[in-house]
Design a protein around this ligand. Structure first.
Ligand SMILES: NC(=O)c1ccc[n+]([C@@H]2O[C@H](COP(=O)([O-])OP(=O)(O)OC[C@H]3O[C@@H](n4cnc5c(N)ncnc54)[C@H](O)[C@@H]3O)[C@@H](O)[C@H]2O)c1
Length: 402
């Protein structure tokens, strides 16, 4: 992770987090460990809980917990109560900054530990579903500090969601099924950055891809990129593999299960396990054969059809695979680390529009995106052009026309 490596060297010199406590709720993976070391190099005390018990790598949790300046509250496979207990334990340290992935930590902070919100300077949120929850909190006037959301950064959309998630979701599905994608009809629900990346990668493997959407602009984009666009009800009878990436719930539910062909595989790429109504599927099934392969459960319906649910309907690339490749997390975490440093500094009190940031959901400042892109290009040995003085003057002027 060369970009975080470069930031770590900078942070070690500039100490942007000297004396500050950061509470994190993130997937406990090797890549996250590199991020945590970057933050501690900047002077932070870091307390880490897992943002999804199924993605926790116990060896990483143990190794990190042994590092100076870090505590870890995470174990693979814990139940819901323990999951929230871990979040409470990291909040016990009274954070100055928070880093979240799905908004469970920020939500717990506001709902149950409101007395701690006063000292929080701000936070960062990694994923779209978490950003959506934060926006609802901000609209309701409930958010007590600024949160920078990574999802709308250029880096987040292009590198992480489109290329990272696009690739790793297919990778997770292949690991869970070892299926041949070529020639299959794959239905991708949702054509946001994640869904569009998944659709492109599935097409690249030779699938016939159908996209379902509720947003006309996104649906048009999918159509113009050559995908077939159908309502879910029309796509379902054709589907051999359905992948949900909407951030919404019940995208596949009872009606859909009733019409899916025998042997159809169902996978979710969305952050929360609500996109496929697993309870409704279980209620329809007369038999459930768990673990026909690791991370693949077979649900046998009354008419004999078998539906294969991958990763229990949870985020398939993290559960059945290893999540985004390290190169992707390198850029995504670099954006979030710089956003936290910006919030730690007084600069984070005013957004680009000059207005106060308290209680607002903020996009990543453009200069942070540009810096991370430059560092990434440098790490790849790719050089680009710079504007000449004349070009810059021309682009800044409104007097020169035809
Ligand atoms: N698996 C991962 O590693 C990973 C990485 C990043 C984000 N995510 C998650 O993936 C999900 C999608 O992320 P995104 O950035 O593409 O979000 P997005 O909100 O930009 O796009 C989601 C799209 O789904 C569409 N949609 C909503 N409800 C729908 C429905 N019922 N049927 C069809 N389409 C519907 C929306 O119109 C939108 O275009 C989120 O839950 C996000 O948190 C997962």
């Amino acid at each position: 992770m060369p970009v975080l490596g470069m930031l770590r060297a900078d942070f070690a010199e500039q100490r942007p987090f000297a004396g500050l406590t950061i509470a994190c709720c993130l997937h406990v993976t090797a890549e996250t460990a590199v991020l945590i070391r970057t933050l501690t190099a900047g002077g932070a005390q870091v307390h880490l809980a897992a943002s999804n018990p199924l993605s926790t790598q116990d060896d990483i949790a143990a190794a990190l917990a042994a590092e100076p300046g870090v505590t870890v509250q995470a174990r693979s496979g814990v139940d819901r109560a323990t999951y929230y207990e871990h979040i409470h334990r990291v909040l016990d340290y009274g954070p100055d900054l928070v880093m979240d992935d799905g908004c469970d930590l920020v939500n717990t902070l506001h709902e149950d530990r409101a007395e701690l919100t006063g000292r929080v300077r701000g936070g960062s949120e990694a994923t779209s579903s978490g950003a959506a929850r934060l926006r609802r909190m901000a609209v309701a006037g409930s958010l007590r500090f600024p949160v920078v959301v990574a999802e709308r950064s250029a880096i987040g959309q292009i590198v992480d969601h489109k290329y990272g998630t696009g690739q790793s979701v297919l990778d997770g599905i292949l690991r869970a099924t070892n299926t041949l994608v070529a020639g299959k009809t794959v239905v991708v629900a949702g054509f946001g950055p994640c869904g569009s990346g998944i659709a492109e990668r599935a097409r690249g493997l030779g699938a016939q891809v159908i996209v379902t959407e509720v947003d006309p602009v996104r649906a048009l984009g999918a159509l113009l990129q050559g995908f077939r666009v159908l309502p879910m009800s029309a796509a379902i009878p054709l589907a051999e593999l359905v992948i949900t990436a909407t951030g919404s719930r019940d995208v596949l539910s009872t009606v859909g299960f009733a019409a899916l062909p025998d042997g159809a595989m169902l996978a979710n790429a969305g952050h929360f396990d609500v996109e496929i109504d697993v309870a409704a599927l279980a209620a329809l099934a007369v038999e459930v054969n768990r673990g026909v392969r690791p991370y693949a459960d077979e649900y046998v319906l009354a008419d004999g059809r078998r539906l294969i649910l991958l990763a229990e309907g949870r985020v398939v690339n993290l559960v059945a695979g290893e999540g985004n490749p390290a190169a992707v997390m390198d850029t995504s975490f670099a954006v979030q680390a710089l956003a936290l440093a910006w919030l730690a500094d007084a600069g984070g009190e005013r957004a680009g529009d000059g207005a106060a940031t308290v209680g607002r959901v903020l996009n990543v400042p453009e200069e942070i995106d540009a810096r991370v892109a430059s560092l990434t290009l440098a790490s790849l040995g790719t050089r680009i052009d710079t504007l000449t003085k004349e070009q810059r003057r021309y682009l800044e002027s409104w007097r020169q026309g035809s």
